[in-house]
Design a protein around this ligand. Structure first.
Ligand code: MEV
Length: 409
């Protein structure tokens, strides 16, 4: 479809206003004065392609999935795999409560046992003090829930680390959690007799997990051999960190593209995902693929998903607000579920391509398209030229020029 038609359909489905439609074609949708308030020393803005993955059905609901990414094939692969998933029962998604961890590091504790007991006794008072820092979060049903003291043996000796568990509801939570930790610090120091050093959120958000699961009918994938090969490809990643890093990169292609479209802290998501993938002492695959009793393919992805839809860039960036509307997301947990579903679809797309034609095939078709357009192809001629260029096996600019020149007559 031409871009205008895509925009028209998306606008109809998501009920976009003329102003919102305008944002899509404004070259990034971020006015300079907004950018200038977001970071320091702003001299411009930088746009990414913003596409929409289709066919996603999650818990019985269809959603458009906006993705911002510079890499070709990702949006197409997500959409194709979502179509296969849709032929089954779609994607089942869920989340835990959105609980983040804040860490308070305590050094020079004179009596560790006594300090641990004293912290346990002070739990209610600490939670109360933490919650006084964020009445709005508490009003929305969130707030500090628990404390977990831990003792760490380190290069500089033993230290006590107090975890503060905070239900962040629809916020990513870094601000709320860091404020709470900083407020608790002097009290924790007094209770333990130690010296508090760091007071900061942990990006290993292993209490805030999102899960996506899908079953793909064996007929949808051609034959059972493809399913066995996909499982063998997954087993490779499960067993080998060298492969797991690339396998998980494919998952993050999907997760981060959606994260960028809604202006999330994608560095937090990356570090959380990879730390979680190594939680048992060896870095491994975030996903798991297996076969059910019918011989169908079953995929599960569970990972930390620290996302927020209130505050931060998600609220200030016009395109991010628009992306949330396109997705029909009104809760942070829903966003987390969409992102995990896209991660799972992306993972399947990569595995399916890798066990069959290889990853370059799809990339090269898109590359061929770019080349023929650069060589001057327009309209119907584009597809014809792409087909010829791919068939020639020489996907280069000079070849594209030769083909386009001939087809133009
Ligand atoms: C490329 O961006 C992602 C893949 O390498 C992922 C994978 O190997 O599973 C194709």
């Amino acid at each position: 479809m031409p871009i205008e038609q895509r925009v028209k359909i998306a606008a109809e489905k998501a009920d976009l206003t003329p102003e919102e439609i305008e944002i899509l074609s404004s070259g990034g949708g971020l006015p300079m004065e907004v950018a200038d308030r977001m970071i320091e020393n702003v001299v411009g803005t930088m746009a990414y392609p913003f596409g929409i993955a289709v066919n996603f059905r999650m818990n019985g609901r269809d959603r458009l999935v906006p993705m911002a990414i510079e890499e070709p094939s990702v949006v197409a692969a997500a959409s194709n795999m979502a179509r296969l998933m849709r032929d089954g029962d779609g994607i089942k998604t869920s989340t835990t409560d959105p609980v983040m961890i804040g860490q308070i590091q305590v050094l020079d504790v004179p009596d560790m046992e006594k300090a641990l007991d004293a912290l346990k006794d002070a739990k209610d008072a600490l939670l109360k003090l933490a919650n006084q820092q964020d009445p709005v979060l508490v009003r929305f049903g969130g707030g500090a829930r628990d404390i977990e003291p831990r003792v760490l043996e380190t290069e500089v000796g033993r230290m006590l680390v107090l975890h503060l568990l905070v239900d962040c509801r629809d916020a990513m939570g870094a601000n709320a959690v860091n404020t709470m930790c900083e407020t608790l610090a002097p009290v924790v120091s007094e209770i333990t007799g130690g010296r508090v050093l760091l007071r900061i959120i942990s990006n290993l958000a292993d209490h805030r997990l999102a899960r996506a699961e899908t079953t793909i009918k064996k007929e949808s994938l051609g034959d059972e051999k493809v399913i066995d090969d996909i499982i063998a490809a997954w087993a490779f990643a499960d067993a080998d960190p060298y492969r797991a890093a690339t396998h998980n990169k494919g998952i993050m292609n999907g997760v981060i593209a959606v994260a960028l479209a809604v202006a999330q802290d994608h560095r937090a998501l990356e570090s959380g995902a990879h730390a979680y993938a190594a939680r048992n002492g060896r870095y491994t695959s975030l996903s798991r693929w297996s076969k059910n009793e019918n011989g169908d393919l079953v995929g599960v992805l569970e990972m930390p998903m620290a996302v927020g839809i209130v505050g931060g860039a998600t609220r200030t960036h016009p395109t991010a607000r628009l992306a949330l509307k396109l997705m029909g997301v009104s809760k942070a947990n829903e966003l987390a579920e969409v992102m995990t579903a896209v991660g799972l679809a992306q993972n399947l797309g990569a595995l399916r391509a890798l066990v069959q034609e290889g990853i370059q095939h799809g990339h090269m078709r898109l590359h061929a398209r770019n080349l023929v357009v650069m060589a001057g192809a327009e309209g119907d001629l584009i597809q014809k030229a792409v087909n010829e260029l791919v068939a020639s096996g020489e996907i280069r600019f000079d070849k594209a020029q030769e083909i386009v020149k001939r087809l133009k007559g």
